[in-house]
Design a protein around this ligand. Structure first.
Ligand code: NAP
Length: 366
């Protein structure tokens, strides 16, 4: 049961709470005035980055209601960019954005929110009109109905790129994932690869990011185990927990995106985003428990058993709860391989400074 309960929490942690169905219009969420734009702006800029010279650069952000998206929007706003959140045209997404505006917007000149029918090329293009750059973060870890990997990763990326081309928006930042490659075993990674291929062929001034596992406040995988450890004496380690990961703090991922917008040499580059340590999944669980001061038993769950559970959940969850399954076989394929890379280029280009995983976790509780 632990193996089933865990992923259920995992998926929940990827979502924002959406408690109502208010039909909110496109809007500006009002906030107080702030900030000095471009405090670290270099004295001169190459022509390729001409858009970055403006003192009011509007950036369209997709996926801004997600775990990573909130941090990215917060960092962009704190650095003086003007994020325009493009949200799915579902009332719950709009409600959740209005209830949970990124806290940084309290110090910004306003957070612009547009609802978008992402399946319409025209609607996407119109939502992007007037911005100077696109930050495309949308991604899913599990399919639900028509929100398939192909649609969320490839179809939507194609429409965002088209919007950029149609509206003459040159700068485009793309969220991919570590492990993405042409012949990857998981659909997640294969469709991320297809999306990357479209980005590289777009002719835009693109930058691609491939993070390892991301941790931070208000969500992500650490929250899953923190919640689980509240009531369970066991924590499951799928496949024995021997796979290697390089967890990276959400703040550093967000910083990479924000810095890339003003780093002309990042154009045309693909960056791994990795934390400073290569940790076994079991070590990650131990660090989480230690940061909480809790003692729990880490139970190895063989992949074969996890696959049976996943198959069961894939059948049940969408039918009973109309939600994506909290664990699926595609995720297990990803867990069967290490998720490590080389983040040096990104660290150097964007001045990323990584806390150790343990101190990063401790910082979240202080
Ligand atoms: N978290 C990690 O450890 C990790 C690691 C590597 C890469 N990534 C990548 O980082 C990105 C963000 O991940 P996350 O952890 O922040 O995920 P998340 O919390 O689940 O957020 C996903 C975001 O995408 C939006 N979205 C999903 N399907 C959509 C669709 N069909 N049309 C429009 N918007 C859609 C969601 O909007 P709603 O609010 O409307 O649902 C939400 O804003 C993804 O591309 C993911 O692949 C994440």
């Amino acid at each position: 049961m632990v193996g089933i309960a865990l992923p259920a929490l995992a998926w929940d942690s990827f979502r924002l709470e959406a408690k109502g169905t208010d039909n909110l219009p496109n809007s500006i969420i009002p906030c107080n005035p702030i900030s000095k734009f471009f405090t670290n702006r270099p004295a001169s800029w190459p022509n390729a980055a001409v858009l970055l010279q403006s003192s009011a650069v509007h950036v369209a952000v997709t996926g801004g209601t997600g775990f990573v998206g909130k941090a990215v929007v917060q960092t962009l706003a704190a650095q003086g960019w003007k994020p325009r959140l493009l949200l799915r045209a579902s009332p719950t997404a709009l409600h959740s954005a209005s209830q949970h505006p990124p806290s940084s917007c309290r110090g910004s000149q306003g957070l612009e929110v547009r609802r978008v029918n992402f399946s319409s090329r025209d609607d996407v293009a119109s939502a992007c009109r007037g911005v100077d750059a696109i930050v495309h973060l949308v991604g899913i870890i599990a399919e639900l109905g028509s929100n398939t990997f192909q649609e969320a990763h490839v179809g939507l990326t194609a429409r965002m790129l088209q919007a950029g081309q149609d509206a003459g928006i040159r700068r485009y930042l793309h969220m991919s994932a570590l492990g993405t490659r042409e012949a990857a075993r998981s659909q997640y990674h294969r469709t991320k690869w297809s999306a990357e291929t479209l980005v590289r062929a777009s002719g835009l001034d693109w930058t691609i990011f491939r993070p390892s596992l991301i941790y931070g406040t208000n969500g992500g995988f650490t929250a899953v185990f923190e919640q689980l450890s509240r009531f369970s004496p066991f924590l499951p380690a799928l496949g024995g927990g021997r796979g290697l990961l390089q967890p990276i703090a959400n703040e550093q991922v967000a910083r990479a995106f924000a810095e890339a917008l003003r780093t002309p040499s990042a154009i045309g580059q693909t960056y791994d985003l990795c934390g400073p340590e290569r940790l076994e999944f079991r070590q990650i669980l131990e660090a989480i428990l230690s940061s909480l001061g809790r003692r729990r038993i880490i139970v190895p769950i063989p992949f074969a058993l996890a696959r049976i559970q996943a198959r069961f959940l894939e059948f049940l969850w969408p039918r009973l709860l109309r939600r994506a399954p909290p664990l699926n076989r595609d995720q297990i394929l990803m867990l069967e391989e290490d998720n490590i890379g080389n983040g040096t280029a990104a660290d150097t280009a964007f001045g990323l400074v990584h806390p150790s995983f343990r101190s990063g976790l401790a910082g979240r509780h202080s």
